[in-house]
Write a protein that binds this ligand. Structure first.
Ligand code: NDP
Length: 245
């Protein structure tokens, strides 16, 4: 029997992809959206289908509220009511504030913060009506501790924390949980873009002296989605191998 229906934004690559795989392994039917990388999305959809998971992959830009509503409606039509949602879609556009052009500010805020709003708005009310469900948003240690060159990204990721804590307060009495995971350095295409010197310097400040894997983050996301996390809501779970200092 299916564990429910999991909906993951930005599921074709990186942390989102690992979450799709984890939740499929945990017995959920999975629906994920992507923005551009159709090849990665189709490959994952095929792999999961062959493993016997009911899966839907759909192009939907999270900055487009109508596209997200269509994605969620199609998911509910084809797989059933969404029981857990994960917002993993995100981008960076790093630049010191002094030289930050409007478009780098806006694109990061639109994707990372508005993109969480569009997905959560589409799934939260139906969950509240059904008196069940869980939402996990993906923030970052940068949203908690800040990082030079990432004022746009930090603002978006800090916004996700306030947003999710407020959602947890709105939805809790309807039996719906909402939590944040805040990863540190995780090995994905996004972190590959970091210059080697900066990456080595960052690793020196991590107690475990290594980057995390997307699968390690997905493990936590899988736990938060499950009944084992039934009394956890409004929380920020940091996963960074002992970052800081
Ligand atoms: P990747 O760049 O590997 O993957 C990002 C995913 O988001 C891709 O699947 C991409 O789709 C999707 N995406 C981007 N923009 C949109 C959009 N507008 N609409 C729909 N999907 C979109 O990044 P990561 O896996 O590293 O990051 C995942 C999340 O984790 C992000 O929110 C990131 O901020 C956060 N994070 C990452 C850390 C790291 O070190 N890697 C650390 C802390 C947090 P497509 O391929 O189609 O473009």
């Amino acid at each position: 029997m299916s564990a429910g229906v999991a909906l993951i934004s930005g599921g074709a690559r990186g942390i989102g992809r690992a979450c799709v795989r984890q939740l499929a392994q945990d017995g959920y039917d999975v629906s994920f959206c992507y923005r551009a990388d159709e090849r990665a999305a189709t490959e994952l959809e095929k792999e999961l289908g062959e493993e016997g998971t009911r899966v839907l992959a759909m192009r939907a830009d999270v900055t487009d509220g109508a596209a997200v509503r269509e994605w969620v409606s199609r998911t509910e039509r084809e797989l059933g009511p969404v029981t857990t949602a994960v917002t993993a879609a995100g981008i960076t556009a790093d630049t010191p504030l002094a030289t930050m052009p409007d478009d780098k500010w806006t694109s990061v805020l639109r994707t990372n913060l508005d993109g969480v709003f569009t997905v959560c708005r589409a799934v939260a009310f139906p969950m509240m009506k059904r008196r069940a469900g869980s939402i996990t948003t993906v923030s970052s240690v940068t949203g908690i501790y800040g990082n030079a060159g990432q004022t746009n990204y930090a603002a978006s990721k800090a916004g996700i924390i306030g947003f999710t804590k407020s959602l947890a307060r709105e939805a809790g009495r309807f039996g719906v949980r909402a939590n944040v995971v805040a990863p540190g350095l995780i090995d994905t295409d996004m972190s590959d873009a970091m210059p080697e010197k900066a990456r080595n310097h960052l690793i020196e400040s991590i107690a475990l002296r290594r980057a995390g894997s997307p699968e390690e983050v997905a493990e936590l996301v899988g736990f938060l989605a499950s009944e084992r996390a039934g009394y956890i809501t409004g929380s920020v779970l940091e996963i960074h191998g002992g970052y800081g200092g």
